[in-house]
Design a protein around this ligand. Structure first.
Ligand SMILES: [Cu+2]
Length: 112
């Protein structure tokens, strides 16, 4: 029972993080605060490749409910590089993705 309580705390802390990160990013705010549509829903994944220079990340992700996408390995665009500080290939992460035009952009990501 105790372990359940601890993991719930971790999850809550994780959910609180994206907004904290967003507040810290300086003038770089594009339109991050547009309609907070899908509730902060994170998807777990493993980083297969991280290419900051070209603004791309390859993730092997679980199903993304908000997009109706099954689990797969695919490339996402990186809009805010500061989100990826300290992350590297092979890390297990939780992330949030939004559709912007035709691109799928990661708006939050954190190590598990
Ligand atoms: Cu996918």
């Amino acid at each position: 029972m105790k372990s359940l309580k601890i993991s719930m705390t971790i999850i809550l802390a994780a959910l609180a993080m994206p907004s904290a990160v967003a507040q810290e990013t300086h003038s770089h705010q594009h339109k991050s605060e547009e309609a907070q549509t899908a509730v902060d829903e994170m998807t777990t994944a493993t980083i297969r490749k991280l290419d900051l220079e070209y603004g791309k990340i390859t993730l092997k992700h679980e199903a993304i409910k908000s997009l109706g996408m099954p689990g797969m390995t695919m490339v996402f665009q990186i809009e805010d590089q500061t989100l990826f500080d300290g992350l590297s290939q092979g890390d297990n992460v939780r992330f949030k993705v939004e559709k912007k035009g035709t691109a799928l952009v990661i708006t939050a990501i954190e190590k598990m």
